[in-house]
Design a binder for this molecule. Sequence first.
Ligand code: SAM
Length: 330
Amino acid sequence: MVLTDKLGRSISYLRLSVTDRCNLRCVYCVTKDFKFIPHPDILRYEEMLRLIGLATSMNISKLRLTGGEPFARRGFMDFIGEIMSRHEDIDLRITTNGTTIKNVVPDLKKIGVRRLNISLDTLNRQTFKEVTGKDHLNDVLATIESCLSAGIKIKINAVAMKGTNDKELGVFLDFARKNPVDLRFIEFMPMGDDTQSDRQFWSADDILLQAKEFANLIPAERTPDNRGPARMYTIENGKGRLGLISPVSSHFCGTCNRLRITSDGQLRTCLFSDRTYNLRNILRNPKLGDDQLLRVIAAATRDKPLGYHLLESRSGNEGVCTTQMSSIGG
Ligand code: SAM
């Protein structure tokens, strides 16, 4: 079975949030009145493994584990190990803030993790504290270093914020020159109710223009490793690359191949849409089996919206959806 929608987009990528808890409180991610999902509603790992099994049976070949902070959930390393032992061919990725994992990098490597996305919005310790609420910049840098020594590939994601990290473009490019990482700026998306994104929005085109003042950038070839939504550039005389992700100014809805499942088992077919499908109730109903889950996932996928319509129809600086990113997972 292959999952496709009415527009002919086929789905091959699942993003699964394992928790909405996080040790950081990033300004763009957690809204003021956020409420944690009650513990009983969070899926157990066995329930997530069942969903992953179903996803692979529907030809989903890429799985990203995210959060909240995925490594903040107890038993997460064993969970990854279990996924790898059941699905050795799966293209497993993890998105993390990298603050707590420098000592487990060798174990990650042993389990078979080959790539990590690490969120890092600034290379300045004070700004890091202001953005995340915690003084963990050096821990993240140590994680990146351990991963690179262990041979784990690193993508760094920085949310582009005018007035916060726009003055650091030169420093970031130096970092990417010295380190073999993909450093990607992602446009600030208006998620949740009290979004600050309009005030701080810094477009991918502006970033590119400004980056060219610091480096000679050459558009990178499209390779199997470079097929995602990021526009990638190699940096002359550099080991790393610059990437720009523009979900707001230049959407990539037409090629979207993703589904998301939140940690409480809600299927979201579009990041920008609040429409969810409750898989948890089906998972926990002993009278309903995998066939019912498959039916709901397939029907939901058929109606997968084009998120840019939702972006365009919002008024003023309101959020595109009411759900904050920390409970969706990015
Ligand atoms: N805790 C992990 C981390 O920090 O990477 C995973 C969860 S975090 C929600 C996933 C990604 O969402 C991060 O790369 C973060 O920078 C991005 N993100 C969160 N809110 C965003 C927003 N409003 N606009 C753009 N990116 C956002």
